[in-house]
Design a protein around this ligand. Sequence first.
Ligand code: GRF
Length: 221
Amino acid sequence: MNIASSSPKKIVILISGSGSNLQAFIDAVCDHSLPATIAVVISNKPSVKGLERAAQARIPTAVLDHKNFQDRDSFDSALITLIDSYKPDAVILAGFMRILGAEFVNHYLGKLFNIHPSLLPRHPGLHTHQRAIDAQDKEHGATVHFVVPELDAGPIIIQARVPVLEDDDADTLAKRVLIEEHQIYPLAIKWFCENRLALTNDGAILDGKLLPASGVPFKLS
Ligand code: GRF
């Protein structure tokens, strides 16, 4: 094994809020289950809890407030400049609540990841937990996927499923899903950091094999 392939990958994490997924990454880096260093945490909103979590872990932070930009393109291009100054191997959207344009997505294609709180392709977009309840879904969950220009549509890497219980409301269901998010997101990025996961024209490949459309099914042991 050469030094380059065994050195930890540099990741950049983008957030907009609480940062509980960010915390899962911080914990995974700290306990050495994720062979990566978090170069910077960037938020498009000032004063969010995720920035506190990063500071607590002594990770550099930056705020790029989308409200200070005239349009989506100028925000995206400033974000690219900021991210590229860290030369990351992977860019992780972790509760980042801004739609990114095609130019941004294509700039990081193959190393840009998102987690979405539903069993994609079911319920893309917002308010996924309430929509799963309204649709009387028996199962709900979360999906980690490569990001492509079409919203919530990139090749799926891993999905975790949870039951929808009769007395669930959007909050109780969200909490159940979030527990799974914290498991599957660092795991998917671990595969990427170990050079086992890649995006190809045919879809997501793990250990040389094309993943099925619904990705790897995740089971808690
Ligand atoms: C998560 O459900 C994430 O999937 C979504 O935003 C929620 C909050 O995430 N897009 P976090 O606590 O800020 O990581």
